[in-house]
Design a protein around this ligand. Sequence first.
Ligand SMILES: NC(=O)c1ccc[n+]([C@@H]2O[C@H](COP(=O)([O-])OP(=O)(O)OC[C@H]3O[C@@H](n4cnc5c(N)ncnc54)[C@H](OP(=O)(O)O)[C@@H]3O)[C@@H](O)[C@H]2O)c1
Length: 350
Amino acid sequence: MPSLKHAVVAGGLGVIGRNLVTHLSTQSDWKVTGLSRRRPDFETSAAFLSVDLTDAAATRDTSATLKDVTHVFYAAYQEHADPGRQVDVNLTMLRNLVESLDETSPHLKRVVLYEGAKYYGAHLGAFPTPAIESDPRQMPPLFYYDQEDWLRAKAATRSWDMVVLRPDVVCGFAIGNPMNLSMVIAVYAAISKELGLPLRFPGTPDCYNRLAQVTDASQLAAGSQWAADHAAAGEAYNLTNGDLFRWHTIWKQVAAYFGMELGAPMTISLTEMMADKGPVWDRIVEKHGLVTVPFEKIAAWGFGDFIFRCDWDVISSTTKIRQAGFHPCVDSQAMFIRLFDEFRNRKIIP
Ligand SMILES: NC(=O)c1ccc[n+]([C@@H]2O[C@H](COP(=O)([O-])OP(=O)(O)OC[C@H]3O[C@@H](n4cnc5c(N)ncnc54)[C@H](OP(=O)(O)O)[C@@H]3O)[C@@H](O)[C@H]2O)c1
């Protein structure tokens, strides 16, 4: 058995992965290897390997250099407009990695897979809440189902096991990823302010007053470490901040943070309305001496449109993970402020 636990974090530059890499790198009993196609753009003591997980041969070659992996945290993700294609590519990446590490790392102990509230149908419409892990699935296709089924079947024939974590709306720092709500809110607020507008919730009035939840990427990183060491094999766990809020309380706080007046909600398509705001963003970057990030990478407007049009409560029960021993909780209002402070310190937002 290796003396250190060796984590491979697939998708080590994503909003989940990079926060997990950072967290595990501070733990004395873990060695960390991040995988992604790009190289890391941040300081880390973790090793990073560049690999395209859709390429089976390249993934095998990379895995062959890793002989002492004990844990895989699978947070790689590719978005596709076509749900069928999304299933194919995401299942292929998971299979390529797990099958090759299964061959090369004899001490593999556990694979942690990330899913989300879409498992319960959060993307389809109102679903039974609070969602509990044993709730029946919704109508496929959904790549979470295919990934989980394949991994569960594979683990059943091997000496290693698997655990599923179901966060929701992960909030943390990452650039260029398709799902990062805290960046959407911060950049939208900065653009509204630059244009002399009050801060208006861009979603539906119904969503503004619904109960919602998020998962702090740091909370997820701590929960992932717990899942690796303590979760029961084969189980799925919801993992959120553990509190609930209504968007109107958060937007009031966002307006105060950016020194803006709070307007009434006005439903707009962020995807459409932000499409021509590149020059406004360039002006903000120059005025405030911000780090230059291409406008198309700074915020995932489509994700904002999806989250802010959920005219139904989005609530996952966290009873199971708390009873199993993971107790930390996060004040979501304080989390948004902490993240905006972090984005400011990184000179990403004014
Ligand atoms: N973000 C959320 O709010 C949220 C909420 C609930 C559940 N989830 C789930 O959690 C999982 C991870 O989501 P995320 O938001 O952290 O993803 P993300 O931020 O988009 O990150 C995806 C990661 O995968 C890597 N990747 C993509 N294609 C790759 C390839 N072909 N080969 C190697 N690496 C590849 C990306 O790096 P490169 O581009 O450099 O390769 C990046 O590091 C997904 O299943 C998602 O559905 C996310």
